[in-house]
Design a protein around this ligand. Sequence first.
Ligand SMILES: Cc1ncc(C[n+]2csc(CCOP(=O)(O)OP(=O)(O)O)c2C)c(N)n1
Ligand SMILES: [Mg+2]
Length: 320
Amino acid sequence: MKRKELNVELYKKVYLIRKTEEKIREHYMEDEMKTPVHLSIGEEAIAAGVCMALNVEDQIFGTYRNHGIYLAKTGETDRFFAELYGKQTGVAKGKAGSMHISASELNFLGASAVVATIIPVAMGTSFVNKWKNNGKLVAVFFGDGALDEGAFWESLNFACLKELPIIFVCEDNGLAIHSPTSDRQGYRSISDIVSKFECNVFREETTDPEVIYRITCNAIQLQKNNHKPCFLHFKYYRYLEHVGINQDFKFGYRSEDEFKRWYKMDPVTLQRKKLLENAHSEKELQEIESEIDKQIDNSVKSAQKAPFPDESELFKDVYA
Ligand SMILES: Cc1ncc(C[n+]2csc(CCOP(=O)(O)OP(=O)(O)O)c2C)c(N)n1
Ligand SMILES: [Mg+2]
């Protein structure tokens, strides 16, 4: 794909994620979405860049903060919004809500709200892929808090031992809810410590989806050549509170100044600016944006109108 085209596709992804989450903020207080929401506003470049580098058949896994990766991977919003509204037409028939979204037919294989628990599942899937020799890559996204859990280290260890085709994507906002990494981790640098394992480690602090895309492409190439799993460590800033739709600077665990510093590098604003510099016209961008805005509006409207699941659905598709 040519650079100009690539950047348009990346812009579509970051814009879709941002506008979808802003739409959630707009409607959330109506209390029709009966699900907690962990928004990824500020973090869009990682989801967009990594997913852009993956093939359609590659499989991804995430955490409760999964909207960005779901949207970057699938591009669809109908079943996504229906799920948030708890409707029959949702990705998981309204049973999962925001935190446990999965759509295996779109190769979004699952998300879990229990920190780090999706990582062994992703690793196991990658083990199957290697066994079948089917060429599929797994990408598993998690926060810096996942490194506080044994499940992460066991999975990393096994993946390195067996040379599994898996990419660990650490979305590091330096926080687990309100606790900074310095209060939780007995080491200074996540990437340094992971580098002790037999894997390919990349670290970057950027809000540019193109940079994330190129790093991921390099990682995938390296994985193909040396068969070692990859660990991508990306720093980003969470604009909003841990869960919910508000900013939370009044709690005192972080400062608004920090937000203002990161906001100057806002991924959506910068990507838009890049397109204008790359000879795209304002009109062209507005067309792209209005198409995505329409898609989101239509999805919300149909989700609101859709029926709730029938009572007979209550014990179907659940382990009990
Ligand atoms: C095993 C487990 N312990 C504690 C919690 C409570 N909890 C929910 S989110 C969270 C913070 C996780 O931080 P991180 O992994 O960095 O993700 P972020 O929210 O920053 O994206 C914690 C401790 C949980 N869900 N699961
Ligand atoms: Mg975190």
